[in-house]
Design a binder for this molecule. Structure first.
Ligand code: KIV
Length: 275
């Protein structure tokens, strides 16, 4: 028998129960040190395939592999105890068939211990979401701007701005809920589309560039911290400038090494302590 942990992790049930209530606060996490800091401060941590861009310097998320997602999820799981942890299924690991999606999701969850998977797609992925949820895999869906489809849609552009496109995204939202998704990320769309979807769904909506109308918000942590300077979407707000702090620290270290000021005797072994 194991003792009941004081810091029980949030569960799918807890996340669903937040529909229409206190907003769900979510960020991405990719590494153990950052995940440890975010754990008690966030409801949900996403090991997002955005790591391809913000950690590995790729132009988009398409070359991210399942093995990369597993390694980063393991790091995040080791460092956390209370946040709900979801991991992205990367491009190519689920679209081909329901069976492939199940194998990838099961491998990801059993190797890392993450609690749910996220996959991109609406109506076209509904059967796959149903297949996974019927087999015990909690699915967070991702609709609107879908980064894994940037080449098909013509770039990182806001979606649902025409009436026709707004209808398409609303149909996607209905389809993923019907298929059993426990929550849906809506990326890069207007307030009216996000509000309409949030009002009609019974599962929580989590917005990224989708207005305050959603049941929760998520951002890429490296964007929030000022660590990623590739580009800054309109919806990002920087809460810190860690990139500048790193540059300043590196400059100070370099100057002291060049001036032979670091290391000082205080950083050396075998030096008797002053009485
Ligand atoms: O990969 C990612 O980081 C995402 C976002 C929703 C934050 O999918």
């Amino acid at each position: 028998m194991s003792a009941v942990s004081k810091n029980r992790r949030l569960s799918v049930k807890d996340i669903r129960a937040r529909k229409g209530g206190e907003p769900l606060v979510c960020l991405t996490a990719y590494t153990a040190p950052v995940a440890a800091i975010l754990d008690s401060r966030m409801d949900l941590l996403l090991v997002g395939d955005s790591l391809g861009m913000v950690v590995y310097g790729m132009d988009d998320t398409l070359a991210v592999s399942l093995e990369m997602m597993i390694a980063h999820s393991q790091a995040v799981m080791r460092a956390t105890a209370s946040a709900f942890v979801v991991t992205d299924l990367p491009f190519g690991s689920y679209e081909e068939s329901q069976e492939l999606a199940f194998r990838s999701a099961a491998h990801l969850m059993s190797e890392s211990g993450c609690q749910a998977v996220k996959l991109e797609g609406g109506v076209e992925m509904a059967d796959t979401i149903q297949f996974l949820t019927a087999r015990g895999i909690p699915v967070m869906s991702h609709i609107g701007l879908m980064p894994q489809s940037v080449h098909a849609t013509g770039g990182f552009r806001a979606q649902g701005l025409s009436q026709e496109d707004a209808e398409r995204i609303a149909a996607d939202a209905d389809a993923v809920q019907e298929a059993g998704a426990f929550t849906v990320v809506i990326e890069g769309t207007s307030e009216s589309v996000a509000r309409r979807i949030t009002e009609r769904l019974t599962i929580p909506t989590i917005g990224i560039g989708a207005s305050p109308a959603c049941d929760g918000q998520i951002l890429v942590t490296d964007d929030v911290l000022g660590l990623f300077s590739g580009f800054k979407p309109k919806f990002v707000k920087r809460y810190a400038e860690i990139g500048d702090a790193i540059a300043n620290a590196a400059d100070a270290y370099a100057a002291e090494v060049r001036a032979r000021e670091f290391p000082s005797m205080a950083h050396c072994y075998g030096v008797p302590k002053k009485a």
